[in-house]
Write a protein that binds this ligand. Structure first.
Ligand code: HEM
Length: 424
């Protein structure tokens, strides 16, 4: 039977490992008629596509993801969009033309990456370690006082959102609004509200966020402070971004940075709960924390796929992808390819993970990888000692209903002591 596979619906399942294996073995370049996209699933082929930015343009990172949130333009929705433009005072033509780092190709991509990269050098990220430790320590002491807690809500969500808000210089009094705005983007970007987008309140929240950021950008231009927005608009640097480009970039940071890191922490804890031997290895040797983070990204990749557009006819594994076609590079499948990783469906913190594609590869390699690694390693190190005295409240926590991000909506743990002894 020929394989029928649609990445936009088939990957929201608990364990797609068997599906990935079938694709790699039977249809390494698979055309999905329902998804209207070619799917590349073997490690070598995905890597080659990510390396070849001339043949595989990143424009699909915009077109495919926007396709995912297309909703019928009802009069009510049109009015809402009109209000959005009015509130943010943005020119729709400018919005359409504006490039976003993740969907631009060289040379414009490389110029923009050089500018925004200043805020993400290893040195500037290392400066956030102490603050990360404080936020995690506060979260853990609140958790320790409880017999039941949620890894996602109580630790994995607040950590990246707080850090990014502080990096951007968002006023503490607006943190709750910031969280709401950032949730709105994440909800829209993860494709979980498609049907009721007009009623979700997300578009209004996005309008508020854009309007707020536009004002901050203007303010930082007039009087810079020690934050990321000031760095991006600093006229002393070459090639500063314009107002709209900075706003777009900040929105990209929220999408690309928050939920992915949240899911990395949640996915790692989820994997560890079934594997007490792995918890013991890492507790016995803290140097394995970094290895745990990398293995979690490889094993249950928070961003399972990225998209590209073929700029010419290109043959891969005997199949020709026609010019103009959209392509899904299945990073999560590449990371489970037995041609590259031995016994790939085994979670093993002691394995060699070098070369995994969970953070992408090449020109678009994740800009926030050092930040994600820092946040996840501090959070996991702190939560490890608790794992032996807590267990999941449900054996299969619900997955986020999205093809683009992979993680659990919540991961509630209850103290094993409180189960055994109701007085505890
Ligand atoms: C576990 C956490 C994360 C994972 C798994 C992840 C994964 C990825 C992947 C696979 C790409 C490549 C996209 C492509 O090739 O089209 C990417 C790009 C990107 N990521 Fe991350 N990411 C994570 C965390 C973060 C964080 C914390 C930030 C920033 C705060 C961030 C910002 C970005 C940006 C700006 C890009 C675009 C880079 C470019 O196009 O040059 N990411 N990420």
């Amino acid at each position: 039977m020929p394989i029928r596979f649609n990445p936009f619906t088939d990957l929201s399942r608990d364990d797609p490992a068997a599906l990935y294996r079938e694709l790699r073995d039977e249809a390494p370049v698979h055309w999905s008629p329902e998804g209207q996209v070619y799917c590349i699933s073997r490690y070598d082929d995905v890597l080659a596509a990510l390396k070849d930015v001339r043949t595989f343009s990143s424009s699909a990172m915009q077109t495919v993801l926007l396709r995912g949130i297309e909703v019928p333009i009802t009069p009510r929705y049109a009015l809402m969009l009109f209000r959005f433009l009015l509130k943010t005072r943005m020119n729709p033509l400018r919005i359409q033309k504006a490039g976003n780092l993740i969907s631009l190709d060289p040379p414009r991509h490389d110029t923009m990456r050089k500018i925004v990269g200043r805020g993400f050098t290893p040195r500037s990220i290392a400066a956030w370690e102490e603050r990360t430790r404080t936020i995690v320590a506060d979260a853990i002491s609140a958790i320790e006082a409880k017999t039941r807690f949620d890894v996602v809500q109580d630790l994995a969500i607040p950590l990246p959102t707080t850090i990014i808000a502080e990096m951007l210089g968002i006023e503490p009094s607006l943190r709750n609004d910031f969280k709401r705005w950032s949730d709105a983007i994440i909800t829209v970007a993860s494709g979980s509200v498609v049907a009721d987008l007009p009623d979700s309140g997300a578009v209004e929240s996005l309008g508020e966020l854009y309007a707020y950021l536009r004002e901050r950008v203007r303010e930082r231009r007039r009087s810079p402070e020690d934050d990321l927005i000031s760095l991006l608009v600093d006229p002393k640097q070459d090639g500063v971004l314009d107002e709209f480009e900075v706003v777009q970039f900040v929105v990209l940071l929220l999408v690309a940075g928050n939920e992915t890191t949240t899911n990395l922490i949640g996915n790692a804890v989820h994997a560890l709960l079934d594997r007490p031997d792995q918890v013991e290895i890492v507790r016995g040797e803290p140097a394995y924390i970094q290895a745990l983070v990398e293995e979690a990204v490889r094993f249950d990749s928070p961003l399972p796929m990225v998209f590209r557009t073929a700029t010419r006819d290109v043959a891969i594994a005997g199949t020709t992808i026609p010019r103009g076609a959209e392509v899904a590079c299945l990073l999560a499948s590449a990371n489970r390819d037995e041609r590259r990783f031995e016994d790939p469906d085994r979670f093993d913190v002691m394995r060699e993970t070098t070369g995994h594609l969970g953070f992408g590869f090449g020109a678009h390699f994740c800009l926030g990888a050092s930040l994600a690694r820092l946040e996840a390693s501090v959070a996991l190190e702190a939560i490890l000692p608790l794992l032996s005295s807590f267990e999941r409240s449900t054996s299969e926590p619900e997955l986020i209903p999205s093809f683009f991000v992979r993680g659990r909506v919540s991961l509630e743990l209850i103290s094993s002591k409180s189960e055994a002894d109701p007085r505890a």
